[in-house]
Design a protein around this ligand. Structure first.
Ligand SMILES: [Zn+2]
Length: 276
């Protein structure tokens, strides 16, 4: 191999939550999506990029959760790029506070505080060095999320959606359902070669579709169960019990169990807000 590599990508997996960092390289430079998690894990990604003869010039972020912004500081020379909405979370200091909290909680040494150098409007196509990146909104898990399409490389990057290790949870079940419907349509009508998830290994289109459909079925069942209870005059406690009785789409780690109740609370909030 020569000093300048061909274009391609490599996935790195952090020890916590099987978190994905994706290194994409072409024309002697790299872009890294969500470098994570510890300072040492992030440094290893930077080193690999150097080995490839393609130093990291761009850091691209899917959303503002701490495990996705904690590695930005490991690339002080690169341009840190994210959606306007994620940029607000970083600029407000909220994302940095979450990184500090997590460092203590999980006994991790992070690379440092996140920063923001450049934003994009979700839906726009951005040119980042040699990479043409199609961006699109991914709302529901958080309201600031972005997905990315690297069309020449056949990659669809979906942040914390379509995970085989988790079940869907987040700030808005309604937005999450709409996002899954959009992802299912994309996977069918405009399929990538590979789907890159924020947690867990890459998948093909068929596997990603199966997860998307199971996740959507779960969120729809949750919506109809809670909705039926509330419209039938049940109390919030009865609606809560009805929501908690809905089966998850797959077994989930015990530390996510509380998110099941969190989903029910968000569902009750959304349904009652719609009626006022
Ligand atoms: Zn995450």
């Amino acid at each position: 191999m020569g000093s300048v590599t061909e274009s391609g990508w490599e996935r790195f997996e952090a020890s916590l939550y099987s978190t994905t960092s994706l290194l994409v390289f072409a024309e002697g430079e790299s872009l890294v999506v969500d470098p994570a998690i510890s300072k040492d894990e992030v440094a290893a990604i930077a080193l690999r990029a150097q080995e490839l003869g393609a130093p990291v010039r761009t850091v691209l972020i899917t959303h503002g959760d701490w495990d996705h912004v904690c590695g930005i500081a490991g690339f002080p020379e690169a341009t840190a790029v994210m959606s306007e909405e994620t940029g607000e979370k970083v600029a407000s200091g909220a994302a940095g506070e979450a990184v500090q909290w997590a460092a203590a909680e999980y006994d991790i040494v992070p690379a440092g505080a996140p920063r923001i150098d450049q934003t994009f409007r979700r839906g726009s196509t951005v040119s980042l060095g040699p990479f043409l990146v199609e961006t699109f909104p991914l709302a529901g898990h958080t309201d600031d999320g972005s997905g990315f399409r690297f069309r020449e490389l056949g990659l669809l990057i979906v942040g914390d959606y379509l995970s085989a290790d988790e079940f869907p949870f987040g700030t808005s079940p309604a937005a999450y359902r709409a996002t899954l419907i959009g992802l299912i349509e994309t996977l069918r009508a405009d399929p990538p070669d590979v789907v890159i998830r924020g947690h867990g290994p890459p998948s093909g289109v068929a596997d990603a579709l199966a997860i998307a459909e199971a996740d959507l079925a779960y969120l729809r069942s949750l919506h109809t169960a809670v909705g039926a209870a509330l419209s039938g005059g049940d109390t919030s406690d009865e609606a809560r019990a009805a929501g908690l009785a809905v089966d998850l789409p797959r077994a989930a780690p015990p530390d996510l169990e509380e998110m099941r109740g969190f989903n029910v609370e968000r569902e009750i909030e959304e349904i009652l807000a719609a009626g006022t």
